[in-house]
Design a protein around this ligand. Sequence first.
Ligand code: NAG
Ligand code: NAG
Ligand code: NAG
Ligand code: NAG
Length: 547
Amino acid sequence: MAPSTILFALLCNQIAHAHWSPAAHEIIDMTYVMSEDSLVWPGFNMKFHYTRIRRAEWKYGAGWLEDNDICRPEHQGTHLDAPAHFARGKWYVQDIPPYRFFGPAIKVDISAKAALNRDYNLEVKDVENWERANGKIPDGAILFVYTGWGKYHTNSSAYYGYDGAGDWKNDLHFPSVSQSAAKWLAENRKISAVGVDSPSIGPSSSYMAHVPLHEKNIFNAESVANLDKLPTKGYSVAMLPVNIKDGSGAPLRVIAFKTVQISPGPEDVVDLTYPLGNSTVMWPGRASFKLLPVQKGYMKIGNNSVWVEYNDFCGPEHGGTHLDAPAHFIKDSWRIHQIPAHTLIGPAIRVDISKKAANNPDAILTVKDLHDWEYENGRIPDNAMVFLYSGWGKYVDDHEKYLGTANRTHWINDQGQILVHFPGFSGEAAEWLVNNRKIIGVGSDTISFDVGQTTSCPAHVTFLRAKLLALENVANLDKLPPIGFTAFVFHMLHVDGSGAPTRLVAVKNSAISFNSDDTKVASDGQMSRPLFAILLLPSFFVLTVLM
Ligand SMILES: *[C@@H]1O[C@H](CO)[C@@H](O)[C@H](O)[C@H]1NC(C)=O
Ligand SMILES: *[C@@H]1O[C@H](CO)[C@@H](O)[C@H](O)[C@H]1NC(C)=O
Ligand SMILES: *[C@@H]1O[C@H](CO)[C@@H](O)[C@H](O)[C@H]1NC(C)=O
Ligand SMILES: *[C@@H]1O[C@H](CO)[C@@H](O)[C@H](O)[C@H]1NC(C)=O
């Protein structure tokens, strides 16, 4: 290789390694916090509720354990409609290619018309007017329809336009999207999704706007929060649904970004999340996840007979790919809804201990492994998510191999002998990371990021005491390179959770670019643009001299 080639490779390497994580003022969290008081669709039998709450002292760890089970409908609060909701044979939640969850956010404002007429629905002419003022809707966009209904989201009769009598299929009134506008968008623009701040993409007279969108695998976000704060264009958005296997919908986390465009192609994302289903392996003694079918078939709505599918689901907060809130192990610390949204995004790095774990289910990630990683890849970037790759992902469907015990009910026996075996972080490595590097969180491809053979759980205690994000059952770490991606840790958002199912997706840094007119705002954030320039300049200089 010629020196110039080497330098060029070095240069590309630096470009790929530009790190980003947003500052608090650079995001809009467009997700409602779910609670037992949250509104639910009229006619639904189930609403979000806890089925088991454990908040009490514990013999192990730091002496405290919070750990709950929940049940809820797929379609409550801020949620995704997967195309399978209204189009038979189209994508379920786990079938949507994750790159489609990111894109330019555009907002069409029909709030003035909706204020005069609660049955007003977005028309083709509203979209045409938007394009006359703002240019063509970009490919891959996520289009939000702003009706102004967010202000009613705690008042059922105002939000749904329902007086509590009659059939929801004929008696709801809220603004949304007309069938003709949905059809026009599906046929004429390459959008990934349509979101709305009212209860449904609607329209409330027929629900037929779903059909042309879902037929084209365009998904929806419903009950989107804070749409009044989103500008007409210029922001980008990430919306990540809990990865419910065969779900027709799912709890959705929606966050918009002021300073960057996130436009990944299919090859630019690694989905670090397992689909969550009835057969997901749980910690010994925990309830299993259950997807409970409610409706799957043709339904008469107005004069139409329409295919509709939806489910409820029940399960532990700590099941499948999930986040531990600090309160899981630390008394009086943050529960899931108290984690600041802007801290859910940061550089993803992967530390590979798969070689030593191959023949040792009790292998640990040590401080030396972290030093070795830095020797190879440079200092762990600020705001990093540090992922432990043990290779355990290949056992995820095999209870005995994944947990290191065939026992389904106990992880420790009456003699105090620990039954579970799997790799994890050592206590020293956890302390070193917390004390010497500025990271936002950790994750591992095992059922717990502490090694199986511990009752003191030093990694949990250390990371959760430091209020870091802590993820378990992380998928596809074999596909994540050591550095060069950004992790989005979008957890289900509910009041007082000790943890939550989480959609964790990594996006290649080269698919994230700064808005060009936003340099000033950008430098307030966490991206080290000045540093980036300092690194680049000498490389250009040397390159020029050599060539
Ligand atoms: C809820 O909305 C209804 C219908 O718009 C209205 O009459 C009622 O006053 C509202 N309730 C509250 C508590 O705001
Ligand atoms: C999951 O379990 C529930 C409850 O046992 C059952 O009703 C449902 O059919 C199961 N779903 C699948 C996809 O097996
Ligand atoms: C259903 O069809 C009848 C008869 O054609 C019509 O009067 C009515 O307005 C239709 N209802 C809806 C909701 O479209
Ligand atoms: C699991 O462990 C508990 C506690 O030692 C024991 O009572 C139980 O029999 C074990 N179950 C199986 C299936 O081995």
